[in-house]
Design a protein around this ligand. Structure first.
Ligand code: PLP
Length: 385
C-alpha cells in the first residue's frame, strides 16, 4: 500500500479495468455456475443493510426481525413453518453447521470415539471440508443407475459411530434428488440425524411441484429430516453471499452454540462471528417481491430452456449422461473428452464446467441462460472439430 492515497476517480478507473477481466452472467456465456445475476430488488435491499451485523443482533433489531421472518418463510416453503436457522454465506457454511449440529447432538447422547458421516458419492465437496474440520470420518454411499444414493449402500455403511446421513435434493453435478423419504424412514428407525442438502434444489423443487411437476418428497414434511440447506444465492436470485440453514428443532442450534461474553446476545451458533445482515435483507425483499408465483415462473422457465438444451444435445452427436431432473444438463462425446470439449468451447467464449462422476460436460441452466443463448451454444457445439 502506498503512503498517500489516490483520487476517487483513479480508484474507479482501476476498478473498471479489473471488472473488464471478469465474465458476466448477463452475457449468457457462463454455463457452468450455480450463481446468476442478482435480482435488482435484492441488490437494493442488500445495499440498504451494509452496516448491519447479525453477529451482534441486539444492535440491529430490525435486521434480526427480518432474519426471523425469512427463516419462517423458508421453513414454510420446506414443509415446516416453525423451524430454527440462520442466513449465512452459502451452502458450504450451511453444510458445515449441519454436520456440527449432528455430531454434537450425537455426542450429547453418548460418547462416540470416531464419529462418522455418510454422504452420497455425488455430495458436494463441502462435506469433505466439514469432515476435515470436525474430525469426522466420511463414508461415501454408492449411486444407482440414475445417479441417486443407493439405499443398500447406506444401510451397509451405518455403524454405531454414524452421527449423520446426508441426502441431496439437486446434486451439484447432475441435479438429481436422492431418495429422501427412504432415508428419512431409515434414519428414524436407527435414530440417526438426517441432513438434506437442498442448496441448489431448495428454491426450485417446491415451486415446480406446485406447478404440477412430479418430484419426490424431500423436506421437513418427512419426520426424519433434521436440517436442510437452502441457498438464496443460487436459484433464489439473491446476491452472493447468501446461504440458508434450517433446523427442525432449536436444540440443534443449541447443541453448537457458544457463550459470547461481550455481545448483545448471550450465545452464538453460527461459524462466523460478524455476519452481514445485508444477505438477510436481500432474501427477505426477494421472497416478498417475487412471491410463490414469481419463483415458480423463474423455475419453470429454467426447466423449459433445459428441455430445449437437452433435446438439442440428443439430436446432436453428443450423448446426454441422464435425463435432467432439474436444470442441469450433462453430456459426453465418443470423439472428444469433456476437457477437450470444454477447452474448444472456451475458445468460442463459453464457460462450461466438468462433472467428475461420470466425467462429462456440465451445464447449469440458471435464470440468466435464455433460449437464444442455448441456440447459439448448440450451433457452436455442433461445429466443434
Ligand atoms: N451443496 C450443493 C448441492 C451445491 O451444489 C453447492 C455448490 O454448488 C454447495 C452445497 C456449496 O455452496 P456454496 O458454494 O454456496 O458454499
Amino acid at each position: 500500500m502506498e503512503n498517500k492515497g489516490i483520487s476517487h476517480e483513479e480508484v474507479l478507473q482501476s476498478l473498471r479495468q479489473f471488472k473488464k477481466l471478469d465474465m458476466t452472467h448477463k452475457s449468457g456465456k457462463i454455463l457452468g455456475s450455480m450463481c446468476t445475476c442478482p435480482h435488482p430488488v435484492g441488490v437494493e435491499a442488500y445495499k440498504m443493510f451494509l452496516e448491519s451485523n447479525l453477529g451482534d443482533p441486539g444492535l440491529f433489531k430490525g435486521t434480526q426481525k427480518m432474519e426471523d421472518e425469512v427463516i419462517t418463510m423458508l421453513g414454510e416453503l420446506l414443509g415446516k413453518r416453525d423451524v430454527s436457522g440462520h442466513i449465512i454465506t452459502g451452502g458450504t457454511e450451511a453444510n458445515i453447521m449441519a454436520m456440527r449440529a449432528a455430531r454434537n447432538s450425537a455426542q450429547h447422547k453418548r460418547h462416540i470415539d470416531e464419529p462418522e458421516i455418510i454422504v452420497p458419492k455425488s455430495a458436494h465437496f463441502s462435506f469433505k471440508k466439514a469432515a476435515d474440520m470436525l474430525c469426522l470420518n466420511l463414508h461415501e454411499a454408492e449411486l444407482d443407475d440414475d445417479y441417486r444414493m443407493k439405499m443398500d449402500s447406506v444401510r451397509e455403511l451405518i455403524t454405531e459411530n454414524t452421527v449423520a446421513v446426508v441426502g441431496v435434493a439437486g446434486t451439484t453435478e447432475l441435479g438429481k434428488i436422492d431418495p429422501i423419504a427412504e432415508l428419512s424412514e431409515l434414519c428414524l428407525e436407527r435414530d440417526i440425524y438426517l441432513h438434506v442438502d437442498a442448496a441448489f434444489g431448495g428454491f426450485s423443487i417446491p415451486f415446480l411441484k406446485e406447478a404440477g411437476h412430479d418430484f419426490p418428497e424431500f423436506d421437513f414434511g418427512l419426520e426424519g429430516v433434521c436440517s436442510i440447506t437452502i441457498d438464496p444465492h443460487k436459484m433464489g436470485l439473491a446476491p452472493i453471499p447468501t446461504g440458508g440453514i434450517l433446523f427442525r428443532e432449536k436444540k440443534y442450534l443449541e447443541a453448537m452454540s457458544v457463550k459470547t461474553p461481550y455481545l448483545t446476545k448471550d450465545r452464538q451458533a453460527t461459524i462466523v462471528g460478524t455476519r452481514t445482515g445485508a444477505s438477510t435483507a436481500a432474501t427477505w425483499a426477494l421472497m416478498k417481491y417475487m412471491g410463490r408465483e414469481g419463483y415458480t415462473h423463474v423455475a419453470e422457465r429454467c426447466m423449459e430452456v433445459t428441455s430445449i438444451l437437452a433435446q438439442g444435445i440428443e439430436e446432436s452427436d453428443f450423448k446426454l449422461v441422464t435425463q435432467p431432473q432439474l436444470n442441469v444438463v450433462a453430456f459426453t462425446s465418443d470423439e472428444m473428452s469433456p476437457d477437450e470439449i470444454s477447452s474448444k468451447l472456451k475458445d468460442k467464449g463459453w464457460a462450461v464446467s466438468i462433472a467428475s462422476y461420470p466425467r462429462a460436460v456440465r451445464i447449469i441452466v440458471m435464470p440468466h441462460v435464455k433460449e437464444e443463448h442455448v441456440e447459439t451454444f448448440l450451433k457452436d457445439l455442433n461445429e466443434l472439430e
